[in-house]
Design a protein around this ligand. Sequence first.
Ligand code: SF4
Length: 237
Amino acid sequence: MRDSLTRVERDVIACERCPRLLRWCRKVAREKVKRFRAEDYWGRPVPGFGDGAARLLIVGLAPAAHGGNRTGRVFTGDRSGDFLFAALHRAGFANQQASVARDDGLRLLDAYIAPLARCAPPENKPTPQEIARCREYLEREWALLKDVRAVLALGKIAMDGFIVMLRRSSRLPPRKGYAFGHGVSHDLGDGLRLFASYHPSQQNTFTGKLTPARFDEVLAAIARHLRASKEAGDMKK
Ligand code: SF4
């Protein structure tokens, strides 16, 4: 049967490969935090979401315990999401800046968000084995998102995970290195460019390591690349 983003979403939600993460997601969903005491938490794996014809793929790390694991949508209902979607809205990649619930009307425009690991991990740290187990979903989305010309990796772990995925499919040479840095970008050939940013975690945004202006610069570079790519008629391979 032909794969589809809907099938990937269904398979992610039903996935039970990582007992440690599933236990954690359910525990957080049961115990909650005071400010969300009255809410029903999602408490399961969280699928990627966005525009099926996206030219921009955003790769994150994993859902947050009281963000995506509560609302069922990545970067939704937490400070990281507030930062990210406000920026995507400013850059024209989202129809609104508010991201508070799955049914809040948010639509991504020409963009798709996919986390490396789809379950909220303790201390926001999935193990390498958990990331490897979850890679299949990113691989399937990558195969289905045929129009992608730009990839934005949010943080070094996300960037490394994306590169590993491309190497496994022989899309990238096995040994060539790709340095991480905020604002750094790499030409991956055939019109595809990889952009790196610091992750919009509170640790980075509250300390000023990542500011809206610095993030906007990366999104502006992506928009320029997509414009140039459209003019050149680049096709994904
Ligand atoms: S992290 Fe990924 S592979 Fe592991 S249980 Fe969650 S969805 Fe499944």
